[in-house]
Design a protein around this ligand. Sequence first.
Ligand SMILES: Cc1cc2nc3c(=O)[nH]c(=O)nc-3n(C[C@H](O)[C@H](O)[C@H](O)COP(=O)(O)OP(=O)(O)OC[C@H]3O[C@@H](n4cnc5c(N)ncnc54)[C@H](O)[C@@H]3O)c2cc1C
Length: 315
Amino acid sequence: MAVLVLLSYEKGDQIRKISRSAISAAGKLGTEVHALLVGDHLDGLSQKASQLQGIQKLLVAEHAAYAHMQAEPVADLIASLAGSYEFIVAPANAEGKDILPRLAGLLDVQPISDVVEMIDASTFVRPIYAGSILATVTSKDAKKLLSVRGTTFEAVAETGGNATIEKIENLPASDKQLSVFKELKLSQSDRPELESARVVISGGRGMQSGENFVLLEKIADQLDAAIGASRAAVDAGFVPNDYQVGQTGKIVAPELYVAVALSGAIQHLAGMKDSKIVVAINKDPEAPIFKVSDYGIIGDLFEILPQLEAALKAR
Ligand SMILES: Cc1cc2nc3c(=O)[nH]c(=O)nc-3n(C[C@H](O)[C@H](O)[C@H](O)COP(=O)(O)OP(=O)(O)OC[C@H]3O[C@@H](n4cnc5c(N)ncnc54)[C@H](O)[C@@H]3O)c2cc1C
């Protein structure tokens, strides 16, 4: 039986990188991979999605009820398709976290979240205790629901595929109005998306204020970096909460992660420890972040960041 992968996309016309990673993870299960695109007004997006590598069929479910990817109608939809699939794979992002548990309830199976490795078709590796332990989980469920971390599976290419597009005509009626969409507030930024950026520079409580994040922005401009933050910086109101990296924030694995004035609590490390190179700037030589850093600068950020900016400009 085939695998069904739920696609996640940005409003507009971009399939999220985490979905491309989910397709690559699904490919490791060794059967045919179908992708499911759910939403409203999907014409342009379905053409794009059909070109993703690694999928043989693209199912398109288009209805106003799916416009905001609310868990109730989307879980009902996937449950109606589930009979043909042994595996249902969702990205471990906000949508996957919302939809998968509800779907698991409907199908009466145990979902396995945050999978970072597929050992075989019933054995998976997932982090527990904020990523400090990797658990190997075996599932005996006939139908397996998995959410996968984008950072550990290489994303398939956006183009080069040629999946057949199948529009789902008989959509299940979803009359459960348990949640109501109010509004979507997106932070407007020209910077790369935090979860897929090649370089991330994050600030912690030691930044002291939101205004001081301008020091990080100047470096980010030089490196085409996304800006992240610790939870303490978010809770203090320095930056919006979609900047948060960590166990209860976003999971990132950039080529370069620069951690400025954040101590490196285990919950923060859970969100960035797969970064390829970590640079820490902290005035406390005992700060735990130095234990996971490839390069450490001990000193005051207000002295170091302007020097770093000048050095980058002089390149
Ligand atoms: C269930 C749970 C979930 C959590 N989820 C997350 C999460 O997703 N992400 C997350 O980040 N945290 C999370 N936390 C919070 C986490 O435990 C820490 O409290 C938090 O990460 C600390 O943030 P910080 O490092 O910015 O602050 P602090 O620990 O206060 O560190 C500030 C650092 O700044 C340095 N500093 C101060 N001034 C300067 C200066 N001028 N120059 C250089 N360095 C300076 C200090 O030496 C210090 O190391 C979670 C906690 C719990 C309990």
